[in-house]
Design a protein around this ligand. Sequence first.
Ligand code: CTP
Length: 395
Amino acid sequence: MLNGKNILLGVTGSIAVYKAVEIARRLTEDGANVTVVMTESACRFVSPTTFEAVSGRPVYTNLFEGYFRHINLVKESHLLIVAPATANTISKFACGIADNLLSTTYLVYEGPVLIAPAMNSRMYKKPVVQKNIKELAKSGIIFIGPESGKLACGEDGIGRMAEVSDIIESVKSALTTKDLTGHNILVTAGPTRESIDPIRFLSNRSSGKMGFAIATAAHRRGAKATLISGPAALKPPDGVSFIPVDNADDMRAAVLRNFYKSTSVIMAAAVCDFAPSVTSKSKIPKINNLTINLKETPDILKEIGRKKGKRFLIGFAAETGMNIQRAKEKLRDKNLDLIVLNDVTQKGAGFDFDTNIATIITRKGEITELPLMKKEDLANIILDRMLQLSPKKNP
Ligand code: CTP
Protein backbone atom coordinates (compact mmCIF):
# COMPACT_ATOMS: atom_id res chain seq x y z
CA MET A 1 0.00 0.00 0.00
CA LEU A 2 2.99 2.34 0.22
CA ASN A 3 3.89 1.95 -3.46
CA GLY A 4 5.04 5.28 -4.85
CA LYS A 5 4.99 7.05 -1.47
CA ASN A 6 8.03 9.18 -0.71
CA ILE A 7 8.78 9.16 2.99
CA LEU A 8 11.38 11.25 4.78
CA LEU A 9 12.66 9.44 7.86
CA GLY A 10 14.42 11.73 10.32
CA VAL A 11 16.68 9.88 12.77
CA THR A 12 18.07 11.59 15.88
CA GLY A 13 20.56 10.58 18.56
CA SER A 14 18.92 8.02 20.83
CA ILE A 15 19.79 4.42 21.59
CA ALA A 16 16.51 3.57 19.79
CA VAL A 17 18.21 4.40 16.45
CA TYR A 18 18.67 0.68 15.88
CA LYS A 19 14.87 0.33 15.78
CA ALA A 20 14.73 3.03 13.08
CA VAL A 21 16.68 0.66 10.82
CA GLU A 22 13.75 -1.75 11.08
CA ILE A 23 11.31 1.10 10.35
CA ALA A 24 13.28 1.98 7.19
CA ARG A 25 13.39 -1.68 6.19
CA ARG A 26 9.67 -2.31 6.72
CA LEU A 27 8.57 0.86 4.91
CA THR A 28 10.87 0.06 1.98
CA GLU A 29 9.57 -3.50 1.86
CA ASP A 30 6.02 -2.12 1.71
CA GLY A 31 6.92 -0.17 -1.44
CA ALA A 32 7.83 3.29 -0.06
CA ASN A 33 10.83 5.33 -1.20
CA VAL A 34 12.47 6.05 2.13
CA THR A 35 14.97 8.89 2.34
CA VAL A 36 16.80 8.98 5.65
CA VAL A 37 18.06 12.20 7.22
CA MET A 38 20.31 11.66 10.24
CA THR A 39 21.58 14.10 12.83
CA GLU A 40 25.21 14.01 13.84
CA SER A 41 24.35 12.31 17.15
CA ALA A 42 22.29 9.64 15.37
CA CYS A 43 25.39 8.74 13.34
CA ARG A 44 27.19 7.93 16.59
CA PHE A 45 24.74 5.09 17.25
CA VAL A 46 24.34 3.57 13.76
CA SER A 47 26.28 4.31 10.61
CA PRO A 48 24.45 5.93 7.64
CA THR A 49 25.67 2.97 5.58
CA THR A 50 23.22 0.70 7.42
CA PHE A 51 20.29 2.94 6.47
CA GLU A 52 21.62 3.19 2.90
CA ALA A 53 21.68 -0.59 2.67
CA VAL A 54 18.11 -1.11 3.94
CA SER A 55 16.52 1.81 2.05
CA GLY A 56 18.58 1.40 -1.12
CA ARG A 57 18.92 5.20 -1.29
CA PRO A 58 21.49 7.81 -0.25
CA VAL A 59 21.33 8.95 3.38
CA TYR A 60 21.69 12.66 4.16
CA THR A 61 23.47 14.05 7.20
CA ASN A 62 24.89 17.39 6.20
CA LEU A 63 23.11 20.63 5.35
CA PHE A 64 26.06 21.98 3.41
CA GLU A 65 26.66 19.01 1.12
CA GLY A 66 24.78 19.57 -2.09
CA TYR A 67 22.81 22.52 -3.30
CA PHE A 68 19.74 23.59 -1.24
CA ARG A 69 19.61 20.11 0.26
CA HIS A 70 16.74 20.88 2.69
CA ILE A 71 14.60 22.42 -0.05
CA ASN A 72 15.16 19.55 -2.47
CA LEU A 73 14.52 16.87 0.14
CA VAL A 74 10.95 17.97 0.87
CA LYS A 75 9.98 18.19 -2.82
CA GLU A 76 7.49 15.41 -3.60
CA SER A 77 7.68 13.96 -0.07
CA HIS A 78 4.37 12.64 1.18
CA LEU A 79 5.29 12.43 4.87
CA LEU A 80 8.03 13.26 7.36
CA ILE A 81 8.49 10.92 10.30
CA VAL A 82 11.07 11.47 13.00
CA ALA A 83 11.87 8.25 14.88
CA PRO A 84 13.48 8.26 17.34
CA ALA A 85 12.99 11.91 18.23
CA THR A 86 15.06 13.28 21.11
CA ALA A 87 14.00 16.06 23.49
CA ASN A 88 16.57 18.23 21.74
CA THR A 89 15.09 17.82 18.24
CA ILE A 90 11.48 18.10 19.48
CA SER A 91 12.35 21.35 21.26
CA LYS A 92 14.18 22.71 18.21
CA PHE A 93 11.11 21.96 16.05
CA ALA A 94 8.83 23.71 18.55
CA CYS A 95 11.03 26.80 18.70
CA GLY A 96 11.83 27.01 15.00
CA ILE A 97 15.54 26.44 15.49
CA ALA A 98 17.20 25.32 12.27
CA ASP A 99 20.79 24.36 12.97
CA ASN A 100 21.17 21.04 11.14
CA LEU A 101 19.79 19.32 8.05
CA LEU A 102 16.85 17.69 9.87
CA SER A 103 15.64 20.76 11.77
CA THR A 104 16.03 22.89 8.64
CA THR A 105 14.17 20.32 6.53
CA TYR A 106 11.36 20.30 9.13
CA LEU A 107 10.98 24.07 8.87
CA VAL A 108 10.66 23.89 5.10
CA TYR A 109 8.29 20.92 5.12
CA GLU A 110 4.54 21.55 4.78
CA GLY A 111 3.15 18.00 4.66
CA PRO A 112 2.10 15.63 7.48
CA VAL A 113 4.65 15.11 10.27
CA LEU A 114 4.82 12.17 12.69
CA ILE A 115 7.09 12.12 15.73
CA ALA A 116 8.04 9.08 17.84
CA PRO A 117 9.83 10.45 20.95
CA ALA A 118 12.47 8.41 22.78
CA MET A 119 14.22 9.66 25.92
CA ASN A 120 14.67 9.19 29.64
CA SER A 121 11.41 9.61 31.58
CA ARG A 122 12.64 12.62 33.56
CA MET A 123 13.56 14.36 30.34
CA TYR A 124 10.18 13.49 28.87
CA LYS A 125 8.31 14.78 31.92
CA LYS A 126 10.29 18.04 32.12
CA PRO A 127 7.70 20.87 31.81
CA VAL A 128 9.57 22.57 28.99
CA VAL A 129 9.65 19.37 26.91
CA GLN A 130 5.96 18.74 27.63
CA LYS A 131 5.17 22.33 26.62
CA ASN A 132 7.04 21.87 23.34
CA ILE A 133 5.27 18.58 22.61
CA LYS A 134 1.87 20.21 23.27
CA GLU A 135 2.80 23.13 21.03
CA LEU A 136 3.71 20.80 18.15
CA ALA A 137 0.63 18.61 18.70
CA LYS A 138 -1.53 21.76 18.56
CA SER A 139 -0.08 22.55 15.15
CA GLY A 140 -1.25 19.15 13.84
CA ILE A 141 1.85 17.02 14.37
CA ILE A 142 1.00 13.44 15.29
CA PHE A 143 2.89 11.94 18.25
CA ILE A 144 3.28 8.17 18.49
CA GLY A 145 4.19 7.07 22.02
CA PRO A 146 6.41 7.10 23.95
CA GLU A 147 5.65 3.98 25.96
CA SER A 148 6.36 3.02 29.55
CA GLY A 149 8.74 0.22 30.47
CA LYS A 150 12.40 -0.52 30.97
CA LEU A 151 14.52 2.29 29.51
CA ALA A 152 17.99 1.92 27.98
CA CYS A 153 19.50 3.67 31.02
CA GLY A 154 18.13 0.89 33.25
CA GLU A 155 15.36 2.99 34.81
CA ASP A 156 11.67 2.13 34.57
CA GLY A 157 9.30 4.77 33.27
CA ILE A 158 7.82 6.52 30.28
CA GLY A 159 10.14 7.32 27.40
CA ARG A 160 10.61 4.15 25.33
CA MET A 161 10.05 4.65 21.64
CA ALA A 162 6.74 3.17 20.42
CA GLU A 163 6.84 -0.33 18.92
CA VAL A 164 7.99 -0.41 15.30
CA SER A 165 4.70 -2.03 14.23
CA ASP A 166 2.71 0.83 15.83
CA ILE A 167 4.91 3.39 14.08
CA ILE A 168 4.43 1.66 10.71
CA GLU A 169 0.68 1.56 11.32
CA SER A 170 0.63 5.31 12.08
CA VAL A 171 2.55 6.02 8.86
CA LYS A 172 0.09 3.96 6.83
CA SER A 173 -2.86 5.59 8.54
CA ALA A 174 -1.49 9.11 7.94
CA LEU A 175 -1.04 8.29 4.25
CA THR A 176 -4.50 6.79 3.78
CA THR A 177 -7.48 8.69 2.39
CA LYS A 178 -10.31 8.61 4.93
CA ASP A 179 -12.92 7.46 2.42
CA LEU A 180 -14.79 5.31 4.96
CA THR A 181 -15.47 8.11 7.44
CA GLY A 182 -19.00 7.71 8.80
CA HIS A 183 -19.07 3.95 8.14
CA ASN A 184 -19.46 1.62 11.10
CA ILE A 185 -17.96 -1.71 10.09
CA LEU A 186 -18.35 -4.89 12.07
CA VAL A 187 -15.77 -7.58 11.28
CA THR A 188 -15.45 -11.12 12.61
CA ALA A 189 -12.23 -13.11 12.54
CA GLY A 190 -10.50 -16.27 13.66
CA PRO A 191 -11.79 -19.69 14.52
CA THR A 192 -14.24 -20.60 17.24
CA ARG A 193 -13.58 -23.24 19.88
CA GLU A 194 -16.28 -25.70 20.82
CA SER A 195 -15.54 -27.41 24.12
CA ILE A 196 -15.54 -31.19 24.44
CA ASP A 197 -14.54 -31.05 28.10
CA PRO A 198 -12.68 -28.47 30.26
CA ILE A 199 -9.42 -29.35 28.48
CA ARG A 200 -10.26 -30.25 24.89
CA PHE A 201 -12.07 -28.48 22.09
CA LEU A 202 -13.00 -28.72 18.41
CA SER A 203 -11.68 -25.91 16.25
CA ASN A 204 -10.15 -25.18 12.83
CA ARG A 205 -6.99 -23.79 11.27
CA SER A 206 -8.09 -20.15 10.92
CA SER A 207 -5.41 -17.71 12.14
CA GLY A 208 -7.64 -14.62 12.09
CA LYS A 209 -5.21 -12.76 9.80
CA MET A 210 -7.80 -11.92 7.12
CA GLY A 211 -10.35 -10.44 9.53
CA PHE A 212 -7.68 -8.52 11.45
CA ALA A 213 -6.39 -7.11 8.14
CA ILE A 214 -9.91 -5.96 7.19
CA ALA A 215 -10.54 -4.28 10.57
CA THR A 216 -7.13 -2.57 10.41
CA ALA A 217 -7.75 -1.32 6.87
CA ALA A 218 -11.27 -0.11 7.73
CA HIS A 219 -9.96 1.87 10.70
CA ARG A 220 -7.12 3.32 8.62
CA ARG A 221 -9.66 4.50 6.05
CA GLY A 222 -11.63 6.38 8.68
CA ALA A 223 -14.36 3.86 9.58
CA LYS A 224 -15.42 3.03 13.10
CA ALA A 225 -14.35 -0.62 13.20
CA THR A 226 -15.39 -3.33 15.63
CA LEU A 227 -13.56 -6.65 15.51
CA ILE A 228 -15.09 -9.75 17.10
CA SER A 229 -12.52 -12.50 17.11
CA GLY A 230 -12.27 -16.08 18.20
CA PRO A 231 -8.95 -17.18 19.77
CA ALA A 232 -6.11 -15.80 17.60
CA ALA A 233 -2.45 -15.18 18.35
CA LEU A 234 -2.57 -11.64 16.94
CA LYS A 235 -2.32 -8.22 18.57
CA PRO A 236 -5.67 -6.38 18.51
CA PRO A 237 -5.38 -3.54 15.97
CA ASP A 238 -4.97 -0.06 17.45
CA GLY A 239 -8.05 2.12 17.32
CA VAL A 240 -10.35 -0.83 16.63
CA SER A 241 -12.93 -1.81 19.24
CA PHE A 242 -11.90 -5.40 19.98
CA ILE A 243 -14.21 -8.09 21.38
CA PRO A 244 -12.59 -11.48 22.03
CA VAL A 245 -14.92 -14.49 22.04
CA ASP A 246 -14.49 -18.22 22.40
CA ASN A 247 -17.25 -20.26 20.81
CA ALA A 248 -19.93 -19.86 18.13
CA ASP A 249 -22.64 -18.99 20.68
CA ASP A 250 -20.45 -16.21 22.15
CA MET A 251 -19.67 -14.93 18.66
CA ARG A 252 -23.36 -14.91 17.75
CA ALA A 253 -24.24 -12.94 20.90
CA ALA A 254 -21.46 -10.39 20.28
CA VAL A 255 -22.44 -9.99 16.60
CA LEU A 256 -26.10 -9.45 17.48
CA ARG A 257 -25.16 -6.87 20.16
CA ASN A 258 -23.15 -4.86 17.64
CA PHE A 259 -25.15 -5.52 14.48
CA TYR A 260 -27.77 -2.75 14.71
CA LYS A 261 -25.32 0.12 14.92
CA SER A 262 -23.24 -1.22 12.01
CA THR A 263 -23.48 -0.05 8.40
CA SER A 264 -21.81 -3.21 7.13
CA VAL A 265 -20.78 -6.60 8.45
CA ILE A 266 -17.87 -8.63 7.15
CA MET A 267 -17.90 -12.21 8.45
CA ALA A 268 -14.35 -13.43 7.92
CA ALA A 269 -14.52 -15.77 10.93
CA ALA A 270 -14.30 -19.50 10.39
CA VAL A 271 -17.16 -20.37 12.70
CA CYS A 272 -17.13 -24.05 13.65
CA ASP A 273 -20.11 -25.68 11.98
CA PHE A 274 -20.39 -28.29 14.71
CA ALA A 275 -20.10 -28.36 18.49
CA PRO A 276 -20.29 -31.32 20.88
CA SER A 277 -23.94 -31.90 21.82
CA VAL A 278 -22.86 -32.07 25.44
CA THR A 279 -19.79 -30.53 27.02
CA SER A 280 -18.48 -32.81 29.74
CA LYS A 281 -17.93 -30.97 33.03
CA SER A 282 -14.91 -33.12 33.83
CA LYS A 283 -12.04 -34.42 31.71
CA ILE A 284 -13.10 -37.41 29.62
CA PRO A 285 -10.75 -40.31 30.42
CA LYS A 286 -8.84 -42.03 27.61
CA ILE A 287 -10.88 -44.84 26.05
CA ASN A 288 -10.82 -46.67 22.79
CA ASN A 289 -13.30 -45.58 20.10
CA LEU A 290 -14.70 -42.58 21.88
CA THR A 291 -17.80 -41.26 20.13
CA ILE A 292 -18.70 -37.58 20.41
CA ASN A 293 -22.13 -36.53 19.25
CA LEU A 294 -22.13 -33.19 17.46
CA LYS A 295 -24.83 -30.59 16.99
CA GLU A 296 -24.95 -27.79 14.45
CA THR A 297 -23.86 -24.35 15.67
CA PRO A 298 -26.01 -21.29 14.89
CA ASP A 299 -25.41 -19.87 11.40
CA ILE A 300 -24.65 -16.29 12.43
CA LEU A 301 -24.41 -14.84 8.94
CA LYS A 302 -27.66 -16.44 7.84
CA GLU A 303 -29.41 -15.02 10.91
CA ILE A 304 -28.22 -11.45 10.33
CA GLY A 305 -28.88 -11.88 6.59
CA ARG A 306 -32.58 -12.13 7.49
CA LYS A 307 -32.48 -8.80 9.36
CA LYS A 308 -29.95 -6.98 7.21
CA GLY A 309 -32.02 -3.93 6.20
CA LYS A 310 -29.77 -1.71 4.07
CA ARG A 311 -26.60 -2.97 5.70
CA PHE A 312 -23.93 -4.34 3.39
CA LEU A 313 -23.19 -7.98 4.21
CA ILE A 314 -20.01 -9.75 3.17
CA GLY A 315 -19.34 -13.43 3.75
CA PHE A 316 -16.36 -15.65 3.11
CA ALA A 317 -16.42 -19.11 1.60
CA ALA A 318 -13.31 -21.15 2.26
CA GLU A 319 -13.56 -24.13 -0.05
CA THR A 320 -11.33 -26.98 -1.09
CA GLY A 321 -11.48 -26.28 -4.84
CA MET A 322 -12.69 -23.29 -6.90
CA ASN A 323 -16.36 -23.92 -6.23
CA ILE A 324 -17.95 -20.75 -7.63
CA GLN A 325 -21.39 -22.37 -7.78
CA ARG A 326 -21.24 -23.27 -4.08
CA ALA A 327 -20.13 -19.73 -3.16
CA LYS A 328 -23.03 -18.27 -5.17
CA GLU A 329 -25.44 -20.56 -3.32
CA LYS A 330 -24.05 -19.34 0.03
CA LEU A 331 -24.44 -15.72 -1.12
CA ARG A 332 -28.11 -16.31 -2.00
CA ASP A 333 -28.88 -18.50 1.00
CA LYS A 334 -27.42 -16.00 3.50
CA ASN A 335 -28.79 -12.90 1.67
CA LEU A 336 -25.32 -11.39 1.15
CA ASP A 337 -24.21 -8.50 -1.04
CA LEU A 338 -20.81 -10.00 -1.72
CA ILE A 339 -18.92 -13.20 -1.02
CA VAL A 340 -15.17 -13.78 -1.03
CA LEU A 341 -14.30 -17.27 -2.21
CA ASN A 342 -10.93 -18.77 -1.56
CA ASP A 343 -9.65 -22.19 -2.40
CA VAL A 344 -7.61 -23.13 0.65
CA THR A 345 -5.81 -25.89 -1.23
CA GLN A 346 -3.95 -23.34 -3.42
CA LYS A 347 -0.37 -22.43 -2.43
CA GLY A 348 -0.32 -19.09 -0.58
CA ALA A 349 -4.07 -19.04 0.04
CA GLY A 350 -6.18 -19.63 3.08
CA PHE A 351 -5.37 -20.34 6.68
CA ASP A 352 -2.30 -18.99 8.43
CA PHE A 353 -0.73 -17.35 5.38
CA ASP A 354 -0.06 -13.60 5.10
CA THR A 355 -1.30 -13.89 1.52
CA ASN A 356 -4.49 -15.05 -0.11
CA ILE A 357 -5.91 -15.85 -3.54
CA ALA A 358 -9.54 -14.82 -3.70
CA THR A 359 -12.45 -14.53 -6.06
CA ILE A 360 -15.01 -11.84 -5.31
CA ILE A 361 -18.60 -12.56 -6.30
CA THR A 362 -21.29 -9.90 -6.04
CA ARG A 363 -25.03 -10.25 -5.61
CA LYS A 364 -25.47 -9.36 -9.31
CA GLY A 365 -23.20 -12.25 -10.21
CA GLU A 366 -20.10 -10.26 -11.18
CA ILE A 367 -17.02 -12.39 -10.67
CA THR A 368 -13.55 -10.89 -10.07
CA GLU A 369 -10.68 -13.35 -9.87
CA LEU A 370 -7.77 -11.85 -7.97
CA PRO A 371 -4.13 -12.98 -8.07
CA LEU A 372 -2.01 -13.97 -5.05
CA MET A 373 -1.67 -10.91 -2.82
CA LYS A 374 -1.07 -9.83 0.76
CA LYS A 375 -4.15 -10.11 2.99
CA GLU A 376 -3.68 -6.38 3.70
CA ASP A 377 -4.13 -5.61 -0.02
CA LEU A 378 -7.07 -7.98 -0.36
CA ALA A 379 -8.69 -6.24 2.65
CA ASN A 380 -8.53 -2.92 0.79
CA ILE A 381 -9.93 -4.41 -2.41
CA ILE A 382 -12.89 -5.86 -0.48
CA LEU A 383 -13.51 -2.46 1.16
CA ASP A 384 -13.18 -0.70 -2.24
CA ARG A 385 -15.80 -3.03 -3.68
CA MET A 386 -18.08 -2.43 -0.70
CA LEU A 387 -17.74 1.33 -1.14
CA GLN A 388 -18.49 1.13 -4.88
CA LEU A 389 -21.61 -0.97 -4.32
CA SER A 390 -22.84 0.76 -1.17
CA PRO A 391 -21.56 4.30 -0.86
CA LYS A 392 -24.33 5.19 1.62
CA LYS A 393 -23.52 5.12 5.30
CA ASN A 394 -26.96 4.66 6.86
CA PRO A 395 -28.26 1.13 7.46
N1 CTP B 1 -20.77 -18.63 9.03
C1 CTP B 1 -21.50 -18.19 10.13
N2 CTP B 1 -21.93 -19.08 11.04
C2 CTP B 1 -21.67 -20.40 10.94
C3 CTP B 1 -20.91 -20.86 9.82
C4 CTP B 1 -20.47 -19.94 8.89
O1 CTP B 1 -21.74 -16.99 10.24
N3 CTP B 1 -22.09 -21.23 11.85
C5 CTP B 1 -20.31 -17.64 8.03
C6 CTP B 1 -18.80 -17.61 7.85
O2 CTP B 1 -18.23 -16.62 8.68
C7 CTP B 1 -18.64 -17.25 6.38
C8 CTP B 1 -19.90 -17.82 5.72
O3 CTP B 1 -20.83 -18.04 6.79
O4 CTP B 1 -18.64 -15.86 6.17
C9 CTP B 1 -19.68 -19.08 4.98
O5 CTP B 1 -19.05 -20.03 5.82
P1 CTP B 1 -18.66 -21.49 5.29
O6 CTP B 1 -18.10 -22.28 6.41
O7 CTP B 1 -17.88 -21.36 4.02
O8 CTP B 1 -20.06 -22.06 4.86
P2 CTP B 1 -21.15 -22.81 5.64
O9 CTP B 1 -22.42 -22.03 5.50
O10 CTP B 1 -20.73 -23.12 7.04
O11 CTP B 1 -21.29 -24.14 4.79
P3 CTP B 1 -20.25 -25.37 4.61
O12 CTP B 1 -19.33 -25.34 5.82
O13 CTP B 1 -21.13 -26.55 4.55
O14 CTP B 1 -19.50 -25.13 3.34
